[in-house]
Structures are given as structure tokens and as C-alpha cells.
Design a protein around this ligand. Structure first.
Ligand SMILES: [Zn+2]
Length: 142
């Protein structure tokens, strides 16, 4: 079975057990395969999530309900916002201050045209946090 065949198998897979990717994984431990349309290595769990659940409306991560990075069981994969992932302690790498706001709040702060001091007071964050969000120095992926 080629990686491409296995991808098709995973997208149609029915079962409760983790379906482990038998091919290569990237440095983060996630399954990868050469994806011709993009001419690059793509993370397979992402492709399975797209194939099984459709593309997310906004930028989201394909999250493992089972916590096994190598698993490509469609029933263990779901779209989650990055902030939801972060609040579960996955995808480490963001600072703690970014986890105290939700993606929804970040969007509202970006759209808020009031004085930054007032906005900061509303959300209980520092004025600089608001500035960084509005200037897209933080939360770039939202
Ligand atoms: Zn699994």
C-alpha cells in the first residue's frame, strides 16, 4: 500500500482503534506524506481531517482526541481552534499571556476602535497586549 492509498483508506476508515500511520513522520512526530498538488510534505492527519470533515471555515488545527500524533483515524480527528488546542496544553510554543484570551475575544479586540486603555480594561489585560493584538504582533493566526 502506498501512502496515497493509505490516505484514502484512512479517510474512509470505520473503527474505534487508533489507525497508526505506517510511513514517515515529521520532526514534530506527525505523519507526513509528499502531497503532489502542493509539491510539499503535508501532515497526513490534516489531509484526513479535510477528507473526512471538510475544510474548516477559519484557520483551525486538526486535533487528536486520542492524543496520539501518529494516529490518522478520522473519528479521532476534529477541527479545533488553536486557542482551544492551546488551552488543553497541546501545541506548546505560545506564551501564557496569549492563552488567557479566546479567539473570539481577539477578533473583537481587533474590531474595537475605542481607546486601547478602555479596551484593555474591558478584557482585563494590559494596554500593550491590546496594541500587540491590533498590530498583529501576537495571535497572527486569527
Ligand atoms: Zn487515535
Amino acid at each position: 500500500m502506498t501512502p496515497k492509498d493509505f490516505l484514502a483508506h484512512a479517510i474512509a476508515y470505520i473503527g474505534d482503534e487508533c489507525l497508526l500511520w505506517p510511513f514517515s513522520v515529521n520532526t514534530r512526530g506527525y505523519p507526513q506524506m509528499w502531497y503532489l498538488p502542493d509539491r510539499t510534505n503535508r501532515e497526513v492527519h490534516l489531509l484526513v481531517c479535510i477528507g473526512a470533515h471538510g475544510r474548516p471555515a477559519s484557520k483551525m488545527d486538526a486535533s487528536h482526541a486520542c492524543g496520539v500524533p501518529r494516529c490518522v483515524n478520522r473519528n479521532h480527528l476534529r477541527w479545533r481552534t488553536r486557542s482551544a488546542n492551546l488551552s488543553e496544553g497541546r501545541n506548546v510554543g505560545a506564551t501564557h499571556s496569549q492563552t488567557t484570551l479566546t479567539a473570539e475575544q481577539v477578533k473583537m479586540i481587533r474590531a474595537d476602535t475605542r481607546n486601547r486603555r478602555l479596551i484593555a480594561a474591558d478584557y482585563g489585560v494590559h494596554k500593550d497586549t491590546v496594541t500587540n493584538i491590533q498590530k498583529r504582533r501576537t495571535w497572527q493566526y486569527i
